[in-house]
Write a protein that binds this ligand. Structure first.
Ligand code: ADP
Length: 263
C-alpha cells in the first residue's frame, strides 16, 4: 500500500513537471514569435523611408537639367526621410536599453512638480503653434523616488501625443497628485480619441491607430511602448480612457517609494 502511495505521488509530480515544461515551451514560442514580429516591423519601418530616399535621389540623377527648385524640394524631402529614420533608430535604442533589465534604473528622490513644469515648458511652443490651451497647475510640490531622465521622457511622450492628436484650439490638461503611497499623473486631451477596439494595442511596438493619419504627424509608433516599459520599471501602472472625437485621458500611477531600494 505504501509503495502504491509513493508511486502515486511520483506520478503526480511527473504530471506537474510535464505541464510546467509545456507551459515553458509555449512561453518561449510566444517570445520567439514576438521577437520575429519585432524584427520584421523594424525592417519594414526603415525600408519605407529608404525607398523614398532612393526614388527621390534617382529621379534627380536620371533627369537632365534639373531645375534648382526641384533640387531643393527633393533634398528637403530626403532630409525629412532621414530625420524619420533617425527618430526610429533613437527610439529603438531607448527601448533596447530599457529591455536590458540588468541595467538598474537610477532611482533618486525627484521633485516631480519641477520635472513636469520643465516638460510643459518644452512642449509649450508646439501647443502654441496649434492654439491649444496647455493647462498645468504646479501648486503642489510632490516628490517621489524615480529615475528622472527616464520618467521625464515617458511623461513627455504622453503630453507630446496629447498635443499631437488634438486639433487646433483644443485643450490638454496635465495634473499631478499623490496620496500616502502613490503619485498620480494624468494627461487629458480633447483630441481625436482612440477607437475602443484599439485602445489595448497602443502600447505595442510600432502600433499606430491609423497609419496614414500618423505619417503626417511624424510619429514612430514606439513612444508609448517606451512609456509603458518605463512605468512598469517604476512598479507603476498606466491606464487609458478614450472616446473617439472626444478625447483621451492617460492615467499613470507610480509608488512614492521603490520597493526594491527599501527591502
Ligand atoms: P506615435 O509615435 O505614432 O505617436 P505612440 O506609441 O506614441 O506612437 O502612440 C501609438 C498610437 O496611439 C499613435 O500612433 C496614435 O494613433 C495613438 N495615440 C497615442 N496617444 C494618443 C492621443 N492622446 N490621442 C489619440 N490617439 C493617440
Amino acid at each position: 500500500e505504501q509503495r502504491a502511495k509513493v508511486r502515486g505521488i511520483v506520478h503526480n509530480e511527473i504530471v506537474d513537471l510535464a505541464i510546467s515544461c509545456n507551459q515553458m515551451a509555449d512561453q518561449l514560442e510566444k517570445v520567439e514569435s514576438s521577437r520575429q514580429q519585432f524584427v520584421s516591423n523594424v525592417s519594414h519601418e526603415l525600408k519605407t523611408p529608404l525607398s523614398s530616399v532612393k526614388v527621390l535621389s534617382e529621379s534627380i540623377l536620371l533627369q537632365e537639367d534639373v531645375p534648382k527648385e526641384m533640387y531643393v524640394e527633393f533634398l528637403h524631402d530626403i532630409t525629412s526621410e532621414v530625420d524619420r529614420m533617425t527618430a526610429i533608430i533613437n527610439d529603438l535604442l531607448t527601448l533596447v536599453k530599457l529591455d536590458q533589465k540588468e541595467i538598474p534604473l537610477n532611482f533618486k528622490e525627484t521633485n516631480l512638480t519641477q520635472m513636469m513644469t520643465d516638460i510643459i515648458k518644452r512642449l509649450q511652443p508646439m501647443a502654441d503653434a496649434k492654439y491649444i490651451s496647455l493647462q498645468w497647475d504646479a501648486s503642489k510640490e510632490i516628490h517621489a523616488e524615480a529615475d528622472e531622465m527616464k520618467l521625464s521622457l515617458a511623461i513627455s511622450n504622453l503630453v507630446d501625443n496629447a498635443v499631437k492628436y488634438t486639433p487646433e484650439e483644443g485643450t490638454v490638461k496635465v495634473s499631478l497628485d499623490a496620496d500616502h503611497q502613490n503619485v498620480f499623473i494624468s494627461v487629458a486631451d480633447t483630441g481625436i480619441g482612440i477607437p475602443e477596439d484599439e485602445v489595448n494595442r497602443i502600447f505595442e511596438r510600432f502600433y499606430r491607430v491609423d497609419k496614414t493619419r500618423d505619417r503626417e504627424t511624424g510619429g514612430t509608433g514606439l513612444g508609448l511602448s517606451i512609456t509603458h516599459s518605463t512605468i512598469m520599471m517604476h512598479k507603476g501602472s498606466i491606464k487609458v480612457n478614450s472616446k473617439e472625437e472626444e478625447g483621451t485621458t492617460i492615467l499613470v500611477r507610480i509608488p512614492l517609494k521603490q520597493p526594491t531600494t527599501h527591502g
